[in-house]
Design a protein around this ligand. Structure first.
Ligand SMILES: [Zn+2]
Length: 195
């Protein structure tokens, strides 16, 4: 077993072998974890929220669901989750989000975080997929409106997953502290790797 602590507002990358299990834990609660995955043996294949939505026929992720790739293959299975809400609709935060929407420059972002930790694999922003936003609470209104709610999962909430192919993964403990989604308190995400 190996543990990787993703400090609040930063990201970490890690590899998981096919059949390996891994767990993301929201240590203190209320923290969103942006997540992307790539096929370790062909980095052009990557996690795809769009293919995941249609394959699961759902706008949400729950226990038993798979995260699909852009080639529609099953990449990851959710073995158990305790938060009850995970977003597969919203794009990752980037510099423009903070600049245009909040007038803030030099704010950390999930896109920058992913570039920093995935650069050693030759992965840059232009090939980053949209993320799976674990622990992010999004509701769809009756007229189809996207309602972003505060993340309400208690500390210790987790998602246990199984890799269905060799993976390169990255997790960003989203630094968004300017809207209620993750609240103003940006905290750590713990990654636990089991063999
Ligand atoms: Zn973010």
């Amino acid at each position: 077993m190996k543990e990787i602590l993703v400090k609040g507002g930063t990201a970490e990358a890690f590899e998981v072998r096919k059949g390996g299990k891994f767990k993301l834990t929201d240590v203190e609660g209320g923290q969103v974890a942006d997540f992307v995955a790539f096929n370790r043996n062909d980095l052009k294949e990557k996690s795809s929220p769009g293919h995941t939505r249609i394959s699961n026929r759902s706008l949400r992720l729950k226990t038993g669901d798979s995260i699909r790739s852009n080639l529609r293959h099953e990449m990851i299975r959710l073995l158990e989750e305790t938060a009850g809400h995970h977003d597969i609709l919203i794009v990752a935060c980037d510099e423009q989000r903070y600049l245009v929407d909040y007038g803030v420059t030099d704010h950390r972002s999930c896109v920058n975080n992913f570039e920093q930790v995935l650069g050693r694999y030759g992965i840059d922003r232009w090939v980053l997929p949209d993320p799976v936003n674990f622990f992010q609470h999004t509701r769809i209104g009756d007229d189809g409106e996207i309602i972003q709610l505060p993340s309400i999962n208690p500390g210790g909430s987790f998602v246990m997953m199984e890799a269905l192919m060799d993976l390169v993964c990255a997790v960003s403990a989203c630094p968004m502290d300017l809207n209620p989604i993750g609240g103003s308190n940006i905290t750590d995400i713990l990654v636990t790797l089991f063999d």
